[in-house]
Design a protein. Structure first.
Length: 137
């Protein structure tokens, strides 16, 4: 049972245009979606790595951690529930929005929403950075 990688971040902010500039022009991420009041960005072969929703609060909305095996989701959920932590199993609609095969969610002691997921969806589209990169000298 292992958490193997940070998969994605979700941010709430009333400054969505600033986030668009920051993620694209400074970090070099590729904006892949602007659906309604949400921006999505990628930086590699994953469908998305950063999701920013136009909401008041300017805070972390959720953080997604990838697990190595689908069975890990159930094992983590069982351990968390045994410690009194409420765990929700991701519905298909949420999995589709996160571009993952399966997930579970819970809140950490500080109230942050944590999502453990399995099998992120990949894209075959080439990554197109939001800014030019210069080779180090």
């Amino acid at each position: 049972m292992a958490i193997c990688a940070l998969g994605y971040l979700g941010i709430r902010s009333g400054k969505i245009d600033d986030w668009s500039d920051f993620a694209s022009k400074l970090l070099g991420m590729q904006q892949v979606d602007r659906a309604g009041k949400t921006l999505a960005f990628r930086m590699d072969d994953r469908k998305q790595r950063l999701i920013v929703s136009d909401e008041a609060g300017d805070t972390l909305s959720f953080i997604g951690w990838e697990v190595a095996d689908k069975n890990d989701l159930q094992q983590y959920a069982t351990r968390l529930e045994a410690k009194g932590v409420a765990v929700e199993y991701g519905k298909a609609e949420l999995c589709d929005r996160r571009f993952v095969s399966d997930l579970v969610t819970f809140y950490d002691p500080d109230g942050n929403r944590v999502e453990l997921f399995y099998k992120p969806m990949l894209t075959t589209d080439p990554f197109e950075p939001g800014r030019r990169y210069r080779a180090p000298r």
